[in-house]
Design a protein around this ligand. Structure first.
Ligand code: BGC
Length: 330
């Protein structure tokens, strides 16, 4: 594969070899990876299912080997590898301090990958922070001084850019927006609290709600093409115009998502809130009603300092580009 996603058609450098970077984006279910040169041209792209727990580093290396094979290069030819990972990440020491959804605590991820890739430089950081870096550098956050990225996947991640700088909090442990409570004493979360935003507005939460409603309602049209096993977060979107149960699920979901967006908007008052993750592929079906709900509850209304809600433009590649943006960091 030889696509030029970021260099807008600039010719590849001939003669002198360009610096090559690998980005690995660890998600709760899949690890995605790319190899890219400094002009943004991708030479390899692949993904594999995530192995949670202690086997995670081996899983990353398995994907890295596939990518190196596809690009026809050795690990020693990489300038740096950027790895983004859900959870609390100690980016200085390359450790996963805590990642509930990956069942990891105090795990030296960068060191393990580095050893297995022959000593190449490996940087790690929180997945959503990396994605916000990627969006700010290459995507929908470009040109804004204040932006918030919300990633909707197995969990909910957050990346906050204030005055042009990524805000990571003390020891890069902040911006855990998925763990703000939006329902007191609500659904238990892997973090130990109850009622976290990600239990109500992640793609996983939408999928679980859909399955729960289908189990309770044998007459919903969603049964025509899906079972409790095959239904996903896309299912209610497909049926929302024709089926009451699907419409109710989407209304429930949008209210939850809007609640989190307004909380964030009222605290940070960003110019833009970017929505990433698979659910964002719904485009205007998600964004238009969400913008209305946010506008209706925004502190002080929308005249003075409106907050634009939009789809994160790097789409399903935000994580990989974020990991590359991390590898590119001086
Ligand atoms: C984790 C975050 C992560 C997010 C998205 C949450 O459960 O706590 O660190 O960014 O999921 O993967």
């Amino acid at each position: 594969m030889d696509t030029c996603a970021l260099c807008a058609g600039a010719p590849a450098m001939e003669g002198n070899r360009m610096s090559l970077y690998m980005g690995l984006d660890i998600g709760g279910t899949t690890i995605k990876g790319i190899i890219m040169d400094e002009q943004g041209c991708i030479s390899a792209e692949n993904s594999i299912p995530t192995v949670c727990g202690e086997g995670l580093a081996d899983c990353c290396v398995e994907l890295a080997d596939k990518l190196l094979g596809a690009a026809g290069i050795k690990a020693s030819e990489l300038t740096a590898v950027g790895v983004d990972c859900p959870g609390m990440i100690d980016s200085h020491h390359g450790k996963v301090v805590f990642a509930g959804n990956l069942r990891l605590k105090d795990y030296p991820l960068a060191k393990l990958i580095k050893e297995k890739l022959g000593g190449v430089k490996v940087r790690i950081c929180n997945d959503a922070n990396a994605a916000a870096l990627g969006e700010a550098r290459f995507g929908a956050g470009k040109g804004y001084r204040n932006s918030v990225l919300i990633t909707l996947g197995t969990g909910i991640g957050g990346g906050i850019v204030i005055d042009g700088k990524l805000f990571e909090g003390f020891k890069s442990a902040g911006a855990e927006i998925g763990h703000m409570v939006i329902e007191k004493n609500g659904i238990p979360c892997t973090c130990g609290r109850k009622g976290c935003f990600e239990r109500y507005a992640s793609a996983r939460a939408l999928e679980l709600k859909t399955k729960e409603i289908m189990a309770d309602d044998t007459s919903t049209a969603m049964w025509k093409t899906y079972t409790e096993k095959t239904a996903t977060a896309k299912t209610p979107f497909e049926y929302m115009d024709t089926d009451d149960a699907a419409k109710k699920i989407i209304d429930w979901y949008l209210k939850n998502l809007a609640c989190g967006c307004v909380n964030l908007a009222n605290i940070f008052r960003p110019e833009v809130i970017m929505i990433g993750g698979g659910v964002a592929n719904q485009g205007s079906r998600l964004i238009d009603p969400l913008q209305k709900l946010v506008d209706a509850e925004l502190f002080g209304g929308t005249d003075y300092a409106p907050v634009k809600v939009c789809v994160a433009s790097l789409g399903s590649k935000a994580g990989e580009y974020g990991a590359i943006a991390l590898a590119l960091r001086p």
